[in-house]
Design a protein around this ligand. Structure first.
Ligand SMILES: C[S@@+](CC[C@H](N)C(=O)[O-])C[C@H]1O[C@@H](n2cnc3c(N)ncnc32)[C@H](O)[C@@H]1O
Length: 453
């Protein structure tokens, strides 16, 4: 494949003897992976029903390679949110961050959300994930992914990190900065990245990376953990950013990422930096089955620990009668907690969230549905966050049933049954809502999510 001369010359100097095998890796096929979404199904159970040949990815417990020619994005199980399709080396950052239930986590450059979905799986629905991206178009994909994968405790924002900083002082247990970068590790996966690199190399991204990293200290709790990751090889965007960050933020220390056959050490000599930069990790395409990544894992010290500030109590809104009627008529569970409405849209908000007035918040927890003149219309996010047992009327299809495809294409189904809201499922995993009229099923699958041939 075509690679820019300037890139090759630079890599030759950096890699020396290793350059030839690095260069040859571009003639190998790209590696493709999927990560089982444990918010919906365990790895063990997914393996029992998986239509794909799976091979474990060594650095990600829920990650698997699938074979060339298989098309997991074209499968009803994908529409049920059972797995996220992701470049294998990109699975390393959230795996190392290892968020646990009840943690408060910030994913600052999050769209389209691969790492956020992985963090959310670690939170198991408990705690808070603030997931942000500055690019509105990309945030749309982020919202869809939070909904498709059944993430109920995410606050989705579309902001400059500087603004977020003023709302969340000393708040997060973990922060992930998956920085915008020159994308040298994406050339094999997406050759159009070569053109983009020729226009914007590291000199475009370094100032942005520095600015983003300049915001994290104030938001991270004492003792909190930070991951900086990129999918590029340039030392200026990797070791050098970390070297300068630690010089300016002496409360942060690098944590050693254990090295093995997959993770190689960071390269202090490339940036005239301290030996501790070897604690960073590099995933190289000529050494692993993946496209390449850089990771730096850091912790803020505990000196001068101050308690997490008490946030002003948020006004606890009482949902409408229409919502309560919907729950009584259609669900086998009650939905309780802190509610909020924006433009008649009702949200169940995760506990412990500060007031976010003035921040561009596009999702504030679990979007349940919309109040429409004395009736409540459930959202797609509600369907995707429920278990089939939570709903009174369920229409379940097998993965091979033609009706699954008809439903996903938005067609009306000629199936009779008890009138009312019905959860359509594939092998008992929710796909979305439909309304049974008595003789047919009116399709409520969102047009933007529909199956395209
Ligand atoms: C490498 S991508 C993120 C991929 C994502 N973490 C995932 O796993 O799906 C970097 C993202 O940073 C966003 N970005 C660029 N500049 C930013 C800024 N100043 N603040 C926040 N996000 C920014 C881009 O829009 C892009 O979506």
């Amino acid at each position: 494949m075509y690679l820019p001369r300037k890139f090759l010359d630079k890599m030759k100097i950096l890699l020396g003897d290793e350059f030839e095998s690095f260069f040859k890796s571009y003639d190998q096929p790209k590696f493709q992976g999927l990560r089982v979404n444990t918010l919906k199904i365990s790895v063990e159970n997914f393996k029992k029903i998986s239509p794909f040949n799976l091979k474990p990815i060594p650095w990600c417990k829920n990650g698997f390679y699938f074979e060339e020619g298989q098309r997991p994005a074209k499968d009803p199980y994908y529409h049920a949110g059972l797995y996220y399709i992701q470049e294998p080396s990109a699975m390393s950052a959230a795996e190392i961050l290892d968020a646990k239930p009840f943690d408060k986590v910030l994913d600052l450059c999050a769209a389209p959300g691969g790492k956020s979905v992985q963090i959310a799986a670690g939170l198991k629905g408990e705690g808070i994930l603030v997931t942000n991206d500055i690019n509105m178009n990309r945030v749309k994909a982020l919202i869809k992914n939070m909904e498709l994968f059944g993430v109920k405790n995410a606050i989705v924002t579309n902001e400059n990190p500087k603004k977020i900083q003023s709302y969340f002082q000393n708040y997060f247990d973990e922060i992930l900065v998956d920085a915008p970068c020159s994308g040298e590790g994406m050339f094999r996966k997406d050759p159009s990245m070569v053109k983009s690199w020729e226009k914007n190399d590291e000199s475009t991204y370094v100032p942005i990376q520095k600015e983003i990293m300049g915001c994290v200290d104030a938001m991270l709790k004492m003792g909190g953990k930070l991951i900086y990751s990129t999918c590029t090889f340039s030392p200026e965007e990797n070791e050098k950013i970390i070297k300068e960050f630690i010089e300016h933020h002496p409360r942060f220390d690098l944590i050693n990422i254990p090295k093995n056959n997959s993770f190689s050490k960071g390269m202090p000599t490339w940036v005239d930096g301290k030996e501790s930069l070897t604690y960073c990790a590099r995933l190289w395409p000529h050494k692993i089955e993946g496209e390449g990544h850089f990771l730096a894992y850091m912790q803020k010290d505990l000196k001068g620990y101050i308690n997490h500030p008490d946030f002003e109590k948020r006004s606890n809104l009482k949902p409408s009668d229409a919502f309560h009627n919907f729950v009584d008529e259609n669900l086998n569970i009650s939905l309780e907690g802190e509610f909020e409405t924006y433009n008649n849209n009702l949200y169940l908000v995760p506990k412990g969230l500060p007031k976010l007035k003035g921040l561009k918040v596009l999702r504030s927890g679990w979007f349940l549905g919309t109040d429409k003149k004395n009736r409540f219309e459930p959202s797609q996010a509600l369907a995707m966050g429920l278990n089939f047992k939570d709903v009174k009327r369920v229409l379940n299809f097998h993965r091979d049933d033609i009706e699954v495809y008809k439903y996903l294409k938005g067609e009306t189904l000629n199936i009779g049954g008890e009138k009312g809201w019905t959860l359509v499922c594939v092998d008992h995993f929710p796909l979305g809502w439909a309304k049974q009229t008595g003789s047919m099923i009116k399709n409520y699958y969102p047009p933007a999510w529909r199956w395209l041939d």
